[in-house]
Design a protein around this ligand. Sequence first.
Ligand code: AMP
Ligand code: MG
Length: 357
Amino acid sequence: MNNLTILGLETSCDETAAAVVRGLPPGPGQILSNVVFSQTEAHAPYGGVVPEIASRAHLEILDGLIERALGDAGISLDEIDAIAATAGPGLIGGVMVGLTTAKALALASGKPLIAVNHLAGHALTARLTDGVDFPFLLLLVSGGHCQLLAAADVGKYRLYGTTMDDAVGEAFDKTAKILGLPYPGGPNVESHAARGNPRAYALPRPLLGRAGMDFSFSGLKTAVRQLVTQNQVNIDDACASFQAAAIDILRDRTAHALARFREDFPDTPRPALVVAGGVAANAAIGSALAKLADQHGFEIRVPPPRYCTDNAAMIAWAGLERFALGERDPLDVSPKARWPLDASGDNRHSGERQQSA
Ligand code: AMP
Ligand code: MG
């Protein structure tokens, strides 16, 4: 098969993005262009993403971003094989803007449409960047999601665990807000944590040591709030103590998933542990997980931060993987606020992004 060239659109949260990707499964692929406009500034005054502001912003700038993505790639719409767009899960207004734009382009150009699951985009990024083979274990840690999944093949995911309340990035953002640090909180908490004492404050680690692979972060966030209302806290120490607790939770749950993956896929000698989503940019979390993966005989793969946070290259690639299998979607495909990767799995927090403001 010849190389495929796919235009991808992403509008499920507060990043508006368009990209052109070329290649063939299993990757790696070539990223011909990757344009991302982050709406962070528009949402910063509210300390979290405001859905109405997000969808309006997507609507205003998406057309221009598509033109730039095609221009940067040096190709015209004619040379594209298919148009892929996030169809969920996410903030429904934003998803509608991106998917409707993709439908209009598909109709006007006569090119096929691929409706992509945003989580599949995150899951398959390590194939785009590193050509990682199936099966692999995915830890998806972002502002809207915290999940452990076995990726057996394109469209074949087994949900091992998910958060029962907040996503880990959300916990970082809320902790930052409680401590008076600017949004988005994750990177700010990490840089303060680097200067603080992780044992300064005793914070809870929900579910630690218990069986299973689910996550819970809301008790940790509440404990930070109590700490701040009852004491004069040192910000660096509070960030370091919070981050240490978050790392302990991630490490404990992931260790169970590594063992479970071994049972489910005994014939994969050195599988990959792929860490994706915005929180994968956290160096302390990355090194804790790298050590854990190594102890269990897994190869850790963390795609570069610009492909870990929301972007359209991952959506184009996920579309490419499905297109290569002959899959297409009809022009009346619906946007979905919720769309779990593992339809048979437990649907608690199956992927709808929560408004974090
Ligand atoms: P995403 O939802 O994939 O776009 O990622 C955004 C989320 O990742 C937000 O919740 C950020 O606070 C979080 N994040 C980004 N960088 C870091 C970091 N260095 N440490 C912790 N969280 C981070
Ligand atoms: Mg995301």
